[in-house]
Design a protein around this ligand. Structure first.
Ligand SMILES: Nc1nc2c(ncn2[C@@H]2O[C@H](COP(=O)(O)OP(=O)(O)O)[C@@H](O)[C@H]2O)c(=O)[nH]1
Ligand SMILES: [Mg+2]
Length: 371
């Protein structure tokens, strides 16, 4: 079962723009979502996943409430060279990263002589390596601890011997300077389970956020050599990059909706970088939303791709899963086109689905259950 909320950790060297990005995320989230606990503590914020679909449904139903899906962001400061050896409270910060589902790695691609770079110059490839090496060291430490435990008994126990083999292979991969996320885990249930149980930092899905100057935004950083360096590094490990100007995002987050639209148009952008980031994170994690609609509330619910109807229902209430009978399902656009659920039913486009139905992104669902 997936969790209701996915958690993303923002990492990067000091002074690259992590907190600026975090603050604009949570500020924008606070205003658009009207969520009651937007900033849980100074480093943790909850952000709404922008979703035009529930807005449109909410209007059609004249719903009292429209509730978006949410993602949790954590601003993880303090990662510096030597963190894995305890520099700058490093181990504590690494422990924070271990708890997140995915990582947003902010990389400085803007020049500004007023803002000190910890290593004295702008060099995204070096910066990425510095951070990733700390994560790799920390992962190797985890593997070593497990190896020490398993090695003794592996001679007597075939299963443990198999695990030891996996541990050594992953360790070798990391020692070659590669991220655990590029390790090809053997197609074997035990191996897959073991690999997951190590909860390696470098196995977590990662998006690189290239933090550029304002004038590099319009062409998506294409003429910026720093961004090219980030793209090169990301490509090697199959990660995504996205270009953002944290400073501008912070300014955008202060604006109301109309002002925001005008400002974005002036910059030649369709949506804010934050909206792009939130959507990208969502798809990176393999998440989709299904929707519920009614006069009381229209709401988006987060599920992992491939979830079947009863488990999707369980997101709303465990009774819905336990007593699941069937799901009445219609695509949200089809429903909007029909103008009402009864019209959609008359047209015969509302499906009656059973326990094996795999829920799709944008399904509007009414669950029938009995407990
Ligand atoms: N010029 C410029 N400055 C930025 C940008 N993003 C952040 N800064 C500035 O860089 C400094 C460090 O940013 P901060 O978000 O605190 O970095 P953190 O240490 O990674 O959390 C602050 O003075 C920010 O205003 C940007 O996109 N352009
Ligand atoms: Mg900070």
């Amino acid at each position: 079962m997936g969790k209701d909320k996915m958690k993303l950790g923002i990492v990067g060297l000091p002074n690259v723009g992590k907190s600026t990005l975090f603050n604009s995320l949570t500020k924008a989230g606070a205003e658009s979502a009207n969520y009651p606990f937007c900033t849980i503590d100074p480093n943790v914020g909850i952000v709404a996943v922008p979703d035009e679909r529930i807005k449109a449904l909410g209007e059609m139903y004249h719903s009292k409430k429209v509730t978006p899906a949410v993602i949790e962001f954590v601003d993880i400061a303090g990662l510096v060279k030597g963190a894995s050896k305890g520099e700058g409270l490093g181990n504590q910060f690494l422990a924070n990263i271990r708890e997140v589902d995915a990582i947003v790695h902010v990389v400085r691609c803007f020049e500004d002589t007023n803002i000190v770079h910890v290593d004295g110059s702008i060099d995204p490839a070096r910066d990425i390596e510095t951070i990733n090496l700390e994560l790799v060291f920390s992962d190797i430490e985890i593997l070593d601890r497990r190896i020490a435990k398993v090695a003794k008994q592996a001679r007597m126990d075939k299963k443990l011997a198999k695990e030891l083999e996996l541990l050594e292979a992953v360790k070798k991969h990391l020692e070659d300077g590669k991220m655990a996320r590029t390790f090809e885990v053997p197609d074997d249930e035990d191996a897959q389970d073991w690999f997951l149980s190590y909860n390696l930092l470098t196995a977590k899905p990662t998006i690189y956020a290239a933090n550029v100057a304002e004038n590099d935004l319009a062409d998506d950083g294409n003429s910026n050599a720093y961004v090219a360096a980030v793209r090169g590094m990301a490509k090697e490990e199959g990660s995504e990059v996205f270009v953002i100007c944290a400073q501008i995002e912070q300014e955008i987050a202060e604006l109301d909706d109309d002002e925001k639209a005008m400002f974005l148009e002036e910059l030649g952008l369709k949506e804010s970088g934050l909206e792009k980031l939130i959507k990208a994170s969502y798809s990176l994690l393999g998440l989709i939303s299904y929707l519920t609609a009614g006069e009381d509330e229209c709401r988006a619910w987060t599920i992992i791709k491939g979830t079947k109807a009863p488990q999707a229902a369980g997101k709303i209430h465990s009774d819905f899963e336990r007593g699941f009978i069937r799901a009445e399902v219609v695509n949200y656009q089809d429903l909007l086109d029909c103008g009402s659920l009864s019209a959609a039913k008359d047209k015969g486009i509302v499906g009656l689905e059973g326990k094996e139905y795999v829920v799709k992104d944008g399904d509007v669902i009414l669950f029938r259950f009995n407990v």
